[in-house]
Design a protein around this ligand. Sequence first.
Ligand code: C2E
Ligand code: CA
Ligand code: CA
Length: 441
Amino acid sequence: MTELKDELTGLHNRRSFLSLLRRHIGFANDRQSLLALVVIDIDGFAQINSSSGYAFGDRVLQHLAAQIEAVTRAQDYAARIGDNRFAVILPRILNHGHAELAVQKLFRLLEIPIESEGTKLSLPVTAGVALCPAHATHAEYLLRMAELALATARMEGRRYLFAPDVPQTNALSVLWDLELELAGAIDRGEMSMYYQPQVRVSDLQLIGAEALMRWDSRARGEVSPDVFIPLAERTGQIKKLTIWALNTALRQAGEWRQAGEPLSVSVNLPGEMASQRDLPDLVENALQLWGKDQVRLMLEITERSLMDRERAQEILGRIRDSGVRISIDDFGTGYSCLAYFKNIPADELKIDQSFVAAMLTDTASADITTLIIELAHRFDLAVVAEGVEDPATYALLKSGGCDIAQGFLFGKAMASSEFEGWIVGYPRAVANIKTNASVEV
Ligand code: C2E
Ligand code: CA
Ligand code: CA
């Protein structure tokens, strides 16, 4: 079937690649064997295109595709999964070293330069490798692990990197049990949503809350979201949890009361869901069910979810058309560049806590924060600072023109009923925060 192949290179296209990957992960599971996924990127491909022309760019892609095919065995699959991004599935490898050999062989072949009108060019490429089941057992997540390894390799100036080591066998079996327990957690009523207030920086008015998931496991007590969210992503359970979170947050936020503007509620969206076609319907259904008038919905996505940029842009665009706003979470921790701000499908940027926390002690962090704020404003994005813990940081953010703040200074995440009480008491707390902030500037 032609639509499963990439026209330019004849390799599998992204869609066909993902379904092959899913299938082979299934086989690997049945056979209890090991599978490796290698993702390869041409460095500075945009420059090659602009300096030597698109026709040459196409030749480069075809050349790389041919080299990749030359190193693959009969049972392997090569695909072009992005403009200048390729992937190879290596099913049935015996060990980690086996995947490393394949990557090294490819790099050796790429040292043979490609010729064009007298100029010779050896292709600079970077690769990332992830192993199944060691790093992930879910196709999208395995791909993400390999892509992250690639991004890290590029940042550290290495030619390739494996995804970081995961816990050893003993801990793996604990994770395995946790995975099973997580699967039943919603039905057992162990999941709940907590809400952390967000306030307007200029006058400390409450404007809404971020919804954060909590798991109080009957068997193990409270499990941190930093443990169970990645686990849910790795094992394909995150979608179900997200739909539950979205509906719960809209239902509970509908019960909050404050005079004036309706409050907003921000729900975290895992990376892979930002480019799923059924997302706009899922969101619309939840809004229909719980009503649009009482609450303003915001979805928080991370920079990484914009990796499949075009697709995410289209899907997030549809969601924004229906009045839902998009916020870019943990901003500054990814690989953002200036170009990132152009046509960004978002309304808000959340500056990562690590910058906010360091503002008082590290001038570079304070400078970065102020720059992000200025730049974001120029692109009509509101800016949220998270992790605001003390009045001095709040004062600094205020002078830097930050729009919204969230952090322990105002309130921690709390159950919905507790938050309703907090809303009532908050106006009295405001005077205190104001005095402390002006004392500390
Ligand atoms: P996040 O989205 O960056 O959420 C902010 C985290 O910072 C929360 O941790 C919050 O409790 C914490 N925090 C807020 N203010 C302060 C502060 O002033 N100081 C410090 N030190 N920390 C503060 P939490 O609730 O443990 O969540 C951790 C991460 O788990 C979240 O990071 C998010 O990535 C993920 N997560 C939580 N709930 C959900 C969810 O419903 N869906 C998805 N997909 N991910 C979630
Ligand atoms: Ca968040
Ligand atoms: Ca965050």
